[in-house]
Design a protein around this ligand. Structure first.
Ligand code: PLP
Length: 458
């Protein structure tokens, strides 16, 4: 599927940009709420909020006004030269919302930077405590924590990790709790414990005194497709980390800022991690912004031990933080956490109905408006479709042509399996569901026919 005919795309010259190997998409003209328009006037519904970013929808005038007001006052003030009110205010508001004793905030410009910051803080905390032998961060496979080398070392997603593996210090991984694939006689509760106990086994294998922390997405993001663990998993993981003095790091880059129906997903299970990373929905696409949030019991010793040796030029940028404050106002004023919960449950039920019609759908899962649909060859066995068919990528392209934007990734560590994320902005209303479901139904039908013809189900 290409979109590179000049008249159709609005492109009138060759591009000097490069991203990945995808075909060129049309030029954006404008966006409002859950909809986006290209320069030819074609309308799309943004049913993935970009990359699960635009949580409050596009072009909210309240955010634009707040950003303009900040830009007119001071567009930039370097954090070593000035404090800035927007950053101070947002830090207070995040500390109020963060679980338990998480109250110290370090701003960055994106998810990878937030995760890098968590790794560095964990390491410096160990050094401050005289535990220099602690160097390892255990993570899960599959998982995604970012594309910079530190975050990539703890990422479990083969296509992005493999080329750089020889350049990184490999970090231990345990299986993500993919209970929906298990065909054993265990209850959900027992499965949760089974996967959590894999952390204890790995800690013992590595030597507890060498482990700094364990990082997990409370609800899996794009690498697993909105993977939610049984409740027992979360409590047992916390218990194991406490038992071995290992920091529990929650990567809430995607789940944070309301997407799952709570401001932080940790609240669903009443868990307080030791360090938390948040980004995407924090400024909801209006500005690049992320944050690490940690308790004083960790930050204090690091500051007393020579300071936190880490930082980025744009950290605490006033314009980005003004956007973050305005986004928080919109979430509160428009009751968007409640809407993410209600609309998320209703949309998930509708996706479940699609599964009744299309055997290619193996699983529908997620929490709030972090939802995913896994595509399989055989629903009974959950056997994946042969990767050569690029099934999820193809579904995204067919849907895109129909004006529906969804997001695809491979499911099982990136080398096989397919899913698409259906994660519209938290402003989505029930009467807008058909704009997602009608093209999705048509796209699934076309994909299923194409794959049948190509012998994918034989
Ligand atoms: N962590 C998680 C859970 C993510 O989903 C992502 C991005 O998708 C990242 C980290 C990296 O964020 P960024 O792409 O903003 O660097």
């Amino acid at each position: 599927m290409t979109h590179d005919t000049p008249n159709k795309t609005g492109h009138n010259r060759e591009s000097r940009l490069f991203y990945q190997s995808r075909s060129r998409r049309p030029l954006i003209d404008h966006a409002k709420g859950v909809y986006m328009w290209d320069v030819d006037g074609k309308r799309y519904i943004d049913a993935s909020s970009g990359a699960m970013v635009s949580n409050i929808g596009h072009s909210d005038p309240r955010v634009i006004a707040a950003m303009n007001a900040q830009l007119e006052k001071a567009s930039f003030a370097y954090r070593l030269h000035f404090e800035n009110d927007a950053a101070e205010n947002l830090a207070f508001r995040l500390a109020e919302r963060a679980p338990g004793d998480l109250e110290r905030v370090f701003f960055v410009s994106g998810g990878s930077e937030a995760v890098e910051s968590c790794i560095k803080l964990a390491r410096q905390y160990a050094l401050a405590k005289g535990q220099a032998q602690r160097t390892k961060i255990i993570s899960r496979f599959p998982s995604y924590h970012g594309s910079t080398l530190g975050a990539l070392a703890i990422t479990g997603y083969t296509p992005m990790h493999a080329p750089f593996a020889p350049m990184m210090v490999d970090q231990p991984k345990i299986p993500a709790p993919t209970c929906y694939l298990d065909r054993d006689d265990l209850s959900d509760h027992e499965r949760g414990l089974k996967y959590a106990n894999m952390l204890e086994a790995e800690i013992l294998k590595q030597g507890p005194e060498t482990v700094l922390g364990f990082i997990m997405e409370p609800v899996g993001g794009a690498a697993t497709g909105a993977l939610v663990a049984p409740d027992s998993y979360y409590a047992r993981i916390r218990e194991i980390c406490d038992q071995y003095g290992i920091l529990l790091i929650y990567d809430e880059v995607m789940t944070g800022a309301g997407r799952t129906g709570k401001y932080f997903a940790a609240e669903h299970w009443g868990i307080t991690p030791d360090i938390l990373a948040v980004s995407k929905g924090l400024a909801a696409g209006y500005a690049p912004l992320g944050a690490m949030i940690a308790p004083d019991r960790i930050v204090g010793p690091v500051l007393d031990h020579g300071g936190f040796i880490h930082g980025y030029t744009y950290a605490g940028n006033p314009m980005a933080c003004a956007a973050g404050n305005a986004v928080l106002d919109v979430i509160d004023e428009d009751n968007l956490l409640e809407n993410a919960t209600q609309s998320g449950a209703a949309l998930k039920a509708e996706l479940g109905k699609l599964a009744d019609k299309f055997p290619i759908i193996g699983d529908v899962r997620g929490l709030g408006l972090l939802l995913a649909v896994e595509l399989v060859k055989d629903r009974e066995t959950m056997e994946p479709i042969d990767p050569k068919h690029l099934a999820a990528a193809r579904l995204v392209d067919i849907a895109y042509d129909k004006g529906l934007i969804i997001y695809w990734r491979r499911t099982r560590g990136g080398y096989r399996g397919d899913h698409v994320m259906v994660c519209p902005p938290m402003t989505i209303t029930h009467d807008q569901f058909d704009d997602i479901l009608i093209p999705l139904r048509a796209a699934l039908g076309e994909l299923q026919d194409e794959l049948t013809l190509a012998g994918a189900f034989a």
